[in-house]
Design a binder for this molecule. Sequence first.
Ligand code: 4NP
Length: 151
Amino acid sequence: MARSVLFVCLGNICRSPSAEGVFRAFAAGAGLKIEADSAGLGRWHLGNPPYGPAIRAAAARGYDLSRQRARQVSGTDFERFDLILGMDDDNVAGLEALRPAGNTTPVRLLLDYAPDTGVREVPDPYYTGDFGTALDLVEAAALGLIDAFRR
Ligand code: 4NP
């Protein structure tokens, strides 16, 4: 089973940093040593910390995102990580376009690990303003992902 996971969204300042922070906390709580990182498909926020409202919403639930810095996903990430998870279908399509020839790293939707939510994509709180719903979905998926890593 995968020992490293990369979370990917568009800007790397809302959804994927939240997924990274939540998953790191859950993995630590479960005593699992799994490398986790996040990256964005876009370049707008390179080197910046996550969006302030995302940092504050996560902090209210006990997750520290403040030390993360945005970076852009690249072809080498397909060699570095065992599993790559996009937040929505556009992310997955963007990732597939970056896949190096011959690479077979699984690229899936984060919410494939949260089937009970009945939601496929994490709505972008940068646009919806709903950071609570994004965190609810990310937490559900992080739990499912921990289960998958345990199996
Ligand atoms: P994220 O949200 O993909 O969840 O980080 C976004 C944040 C910023 C932008 C797009 C998406 N942007 O275009 O600046």
